[in-house]
Design a protein around this ligand. Structure first.
Ligand code: PGA
Length: 247
């Protein structure tokens, strides 16, 4: 299975110039990567998508969210069709930072379904609510429930989607502690997720950087990463991609 490394820029950077510079640098570095083994995507803030569309050709363009509706009176929302206008073909759904703003499982499910309807590959994030000292069995219960609700009415035999296991406490800033989980823990939970969603690529997210990425890559069962802070630095992000290419 081709590995997938996703840059989640969150609400960064602050200027168009900086966004252009980082996207171009990543695209340039990616030319040296074996694209039969690994693919990469940049999920930028919506406002930068029209520009990034022209800065990347081999890197996929993604969004960090989408509306659960096709159109209409939804102030501030962005529809799947609007994303497709800019060559976006992937979208993060149900990130814990959005869930923390009040997004519940049924809205997450609506977003999954509309993304799939429009052939945008959704990346469903699960892991909200887990704490550092939780036993794997309890983590699996929470994840199992999130998968069930988030994937309601999704045809798992046909759908092209990915799942990210992202324990909230492991995220580098904001809600997290900045400490990645042990690769063996990520691998155990990802194996469990694959029993529920066998055809999906399953990624790990939470403080991945160039120092720990080889450990996650070498677990084998981890199909890639959702990278926040480190994805804003060319060298860091490319080094993570290389580690997943080299396994
Ligand atoms: P992080 O963010 O790599 O900065 O921890 C990951 C994410 O929240 O997507």
């Amino acid at each position: 299975m081709k590995r997938l490394i996703i840059a989640n820029w969150k609400m960064n950077p602050q200027t168009l110039d900086e966004a252009r510079r980082i996207a171009s640098q990543i695209e340039h570095g990616f030319l040296g990567i074996d694209r039969s083994k690994v693919e990469a995507a940049i999920c930028s803030p919506f406002v930068f998508l029209p520009m990034i569309k022209h800065a990347v050709h081999f890197i996929r363009l993604g969004a960090q969210d989408l509306a659960a509706f096709d159109g209409g009176p939804y102030t501030g929302e962005v529809s799947a069709n609007q994303l497709l206008e800019f060559g976006t073909n992937l979208v993060i759904v149900g990130h814990s930072e959005r869930r923390a703003l009040g997004e519940g499982d049924s809205l997450v499910n609506g977003k999954m379904r509309i993304a799939l309807e429009h052939k945008l590959e959704p990346i469903l994030c699960v892991g909200f609510g887990t704490t550092k000292n939780m036993k794997d069995a309890d983590v699996k219960k929470i994840i199992g429930a999130q998968l069930k609700k988030g994937l309601r009415h999704v045809n798992l035999k046909k759908a092209r989607l990915a799942i990210t296991y992202e324990p909230v406490w492991a995220i580098s800033r904001g809600l997290g502690t900045g400490k990645a989980v042990a690769p063996s823990h990520a691998a155990a939970i990802i194996k469990f997720i694959k029993t529920r969603v066998p055809k999906a690529r399953v990624l790990y997210g939470g403080s991945i950087d160039s120092k720990n990425s080889a450990g996650f890559a070498s677990e084998g069962v981890i199909d890639g990463g959702l990278v926040g802070g480190a994805s804003l630095h060319r060298e860091e992000f490319l080094s993570i991609i290389k580690d997943f290419q080299n396994i």
